[in-house]
Design a protein around this ligand. Sequence first.
Ligand SMILES: *Cc1c(COP(=O)(O)O)cnc(C)c1O
Length: 468
Amino acid sequence: MNEHLKNDSKNIGHLLNLIKEQGTAYLDTIEERPTSIVLHHPAEKQELPESGLGTEKALKVFNEKFEPIMVASSGPRYWGFVTGGATPASVAGDWLASVYDQNTQTMKGQGDISGIIEVEAIQLLLDLLQLPGNFMGGFVTGATMSNFTCLAVARQWLGKELGRDIAREGVSGSIKVLGATPHSSSIKSLALLGLGSNNIVRIKIQEGNRESICIQDLEENIQKLNGEPFILISSGGTVNTVDFDDFKAISKLKEKYNFWWHIDAAFGGFAACSETHRHLIENWEFADSITVDCHKWMNVPYESAVFLIKEQYKVLQIETFQNSNAPYLGDPMENFNYLNFLPENSRRLKALPAWFSLMAYGKKGYQEIVDKNISWAQLLGNLIENSNDFKLLAPVRLNTVCFTLKDETRQDEVDAFLEKVNDTGKVFMTPTFYNNHKGIRAAFVNWMTSEKDIHMVFEIMNGIAPLK
Ligand SMILES: *Cc1c(COP(=O)(O)O)cnc(C)c1O
């Protein structure tokens, strides 16, 4: 055995202690770590060591080269994109997932009961989101893969409606997909699925500074299809303005027309945790499939997301993802195996971080995280609305603030302003374009964020924005 490997295995306790100490030091000071850094030189080429360095030396190299440039993306003022943090319990679960190193496939207990943990985590999540038990789900790397998984089953469903088995025969003929403001990852999924990213039928959005689907235009487009089945991609929280499609109206349409209803609720689905905002997702349980990200508002480390697909489609789902060439025989549940149920074959114990966090903080814990983030968005929104230099580009509907410089003549300064703000390293926000304006987005999904963070950032903004 390689000397280093032998030594490392003897000293595993010491090594894990080093990592524990380093991890603790990082997490204890994450509020002071910069949210972005400027890289001056490209990294030098690293040679592969002939017989290795051993873990302790490798850690030293890592700490010299990379540790200092790690940004606090799981800290309280990283408001770019929709970037979640990691709760202590989820970090604990994540570490253990590596220690146990199970391959999540079966539920037979043959050296692998991680499928059982996964099913249980899905049930806990359904409880949290107040969704009925007739959804089945699994863990994938992110909402992108979740959208892909859901739309793959939708494609199989649609083929069946037209008398084809697309999983076996491939895509032929046209497949109608409708949507108003689908996330870019759904468009990417259409490309991957051979449905063609250009082929989506764009439905109008509602009038009045909205991003949600216009139900009347949707119905008119449905009628043009003359009864042809189709896939509807709807939004449970758009990224710019966190707008929600009218799920009540869509569930009514579903009684009249034959379509697969997919909801991308990557982060917006967590509105379910809030008494005051639950109405936004009312009737979402009538969808055929739902995408939810755990590494955003649930504050589980990357890579964690789930797909939720109605149990009635389990055969279609297994047809789509079955790993064996033999036709499926008998009840697919009897030999339930995750590798026949989602894109990947081998997977780590993906459900464990989410399981730990759900068990550790429960319904009330997540309600508080969600409600607090909503209140931070409202606070920043109010400060902006009453300021001299900024204005909102859209109302604050949930947890995101979309704003710009108030002075219309300063549109070309928005990017430079944002760059200056981000360069302080105290906060990170991302640029956007909305309603013919250059804008800035601040998305609140981190459990650590507190009121002082909002005031600190608003002060920084006010120090930079005025015309100099
Ligand atoms: C973030 C996001 C995605 C993509 O999620 P990943 O986890 O990055 O793959 C898809 N849809 C919505 C609405 C999102 O916010």
